[in-house]
Design a protein around this ligand. Structure first.
Ligand SMILES: [Zn+2]
Length: 441
């Protein structure tokens, strides 16, 4: 009896229940332990810290752990007496999945896909990385990673960021799969479909799935990513100045703005950081569009960031935009709205909100944006394509995977996730162990 107990693999969720993001999935099989994702939860006004109340420098691990934001798994952190053989697998590079990686000891192995690694490297350059880490391991999709008493198979899925991955894990007592974040209306639906087909064909005992849009009306906000360029071009018709905000880790979206700019003969103008990501991660589209870089009044004094040094790139400032308002398509992120004071947009100007921050009215910053745009007579238009599965698509994926038990995570409405054929839908509890094993129904 004792022996069979030690062969019982279990999983535990730390974060990601009844919220969007912050998922940390711990799997233990025999002497093997692995973790999937190590993100932060973005919930302005509802969290434990904000821009004023910060974790103490040098004591971050203690402070986050005391609040239950990170798990009490000593192998993850500096000073561990048991070593650091607890690898962390990253599903993709959104902050709600990687935002707390900086807390790990630098020798904890971090596994990620090749496209995620490329993004990770460039995020370091622009100062949005995870900081110094000594053990980054890049996996190949479809190739098993053996980790003593378990093995992990990373498989591609489509999400609104490159390199998104779902995982299938074989343990001593059963199989468990983790979806990461996924959708079916991106540019690569075949990847997501192949992942769920694999789960269905290989008997998945426990499926940990994101369900961001569970409970929404189907189809309401599901705009295909491939329609973005066309929709953006149409939105700009008969407008004066056009500004936009996006999340610049979505390189395909930058490319859509570049294509739209070409279609309407406007010059694309990007922030230095977005221009760098576009140039290094989509070099072909970058060369085709040759965007300009926006120089803020504050930046002009400090000169451009060093990663743009020596680059043959046109610079544009507020005065030039003010003088020729219909000539440009300008990225103007939230923190640069003050530039409007110098640009003084003409009648008919618009601000295209395309999945940048602030994401929605739940963020107090949203009211600020509305106020700024109203003050300067700029209309806000939303042209976006979410990274998350439409509810009907989510249901089809769960049916395809056909798990013994579905565990609902990464959603405000876990109880509204579609149940699998077995009827077993579980809303897991934080920190509780669940067995990984076949269930006969
Ligand atoms: Zn994501």
């Amino acid at each position: 009896m004792k022996q069979s107990d030690s062969k019982q693999a279990v999983f535990t969720l730390y974060g990601g229940i009844n919220v969007i993001g912050g998922t940390k999935l711990y799997v233990q099989s025999g002497e093997s332990e692995v973790l999937f994702d190590f993100g932060s939860t973005f919930a302005p006004g509802f969290g434990s810290f904000d821009t004023v109340l910060r974790p103490r420098p040098g004591r971050e691990v203690d402070d986050y752990m005391a609040l239950g934001i990170i798990p009490n798994l000593p192998k993850l952190y500096a000073g561990s007496k048991e070593g650091h053989d607890l690898p962390v697998f990253i599903s993709h590079f959104h902050l709600d999945h990687v935002g707390l990686l900086f807390l790990l000891d630098p020798s904890v192995p971090i596994y990620m896909s090749e496209p995620s690694y490329q993004l990770y490297q460039q995020l370091e350059v622009i100062g949005e990385g995870i900081g110094q880490h000594d053990d980054i391991r890049v996996f190949t999709y479809g190739q098993w990673i053996e980790w003593k008493s378990l093995r992990v198979l990373p498989l591609e899925v489509d999400h609104d960021i490159q390199g998104a991955t779902g995982f299938f894990v074989e343990t001593l007592s059963g199989t468990i799969a983790y979806t990461g974040d996924f959708r079916g209306h991106g540019n690569h639906p075949d990847k997501t479909e192949a992942f769920f087909q694999y789960l269905g064909a290989h008997r998945t005992h426990a499926l940990i799935s994101e369900g961001t849009r569970a409970g929404e009306a189907s189809g309401r906000h599901t705009v295909p990513e491939k329609d973005m360029a066309h929709m953006l071009a149409k939105t700009m018709e008969n407008r004066s100045a056009v500004f936009f905000t996006l999340y610049h880790r979505n390189i395909e979206r930058i490319a859509a703005f570049a294509a739209a700019a070409q279609a309407v003969s406007r010059k694309l103008v990007l922030t230095p950081a977005t221009l760098h990501l576009f140039r290094t991660l989509a070099p072909v589209q970058y060369e085709q569009s040759r965007p300009a870089v926006y120089v803020c009044a504050t930046q002009a004094a400090e000169s451009l960031p060093s990663y743009l040094t020596g680059l043959d790139v046109q610079t544009v400032n507020a005065q030039e935009l003010a003088n020729d308002q219909t000539a440009f398509l300008v990225e103007l992120p939230y923190e640069h709205l003050t530039e409007l004071v110098d640009i003084q947009p003409h009648n008919g100007a618009i601000y295209i909100h395309s999945d940048g921050v602030p994401l929605g009215a739940y963020d107090p910053a949203y009211a600020n944006v509305t106020n700024w745009l109203q003050t300067f007579g700029v209309d806000m238009v939303s042209v976006r394509s979410t990274g998350h599965a439409d509810p009907a698509y989510l249901q089809a994926c769960i049916e395809q995977a056909n798990p013994d038990v579905l565990y609902a995570t990464h959603t405000f409405h876990p109880e509204q996730m579609p149940a699998p054929h077995s009827g077993l839908l579980v809303v897991p509890h934080i920190g509780r162990n669940y067995p990984i094993a076949p269930i006969s129904v």
